[in-house]
Design a protein around this ligand. Sequence first.
Ligand SMILES: [Zn+2]
Length: 100
Amino acid sequence: MVIAVRTLDEGAWVNVNNTRIVGVSNVWKLARHDICDCGVAFFVVEVFTDVGVDGRRVEARAGGQCIGCGERGTTGWLQVGKMGESRFRSVAVEGVHSPK
Ligand SMILES: [Zn+2]
């Protein structure tokens, strides 16, 4: 199964198999992160810096800003979607880093 992943519009979208699955301006509630000192960061996504595939998981790193404290940073790898039996599905970003 081939999953073609790339960013579009200079990092504004994550595109999987020619479908835009997640875009900037989303707010991710990150419980585990190293963006700032907030226990839970409400992170406004401004740009997708990297996308990748790990098995059936589609992952991305994003740059942006924590609403709570204003700190800016880049996330670690976060799962944004997965390939199901017949089609791709996006998943809620939970903010759990996978070490890479
Ligand atoms: Zn913060």
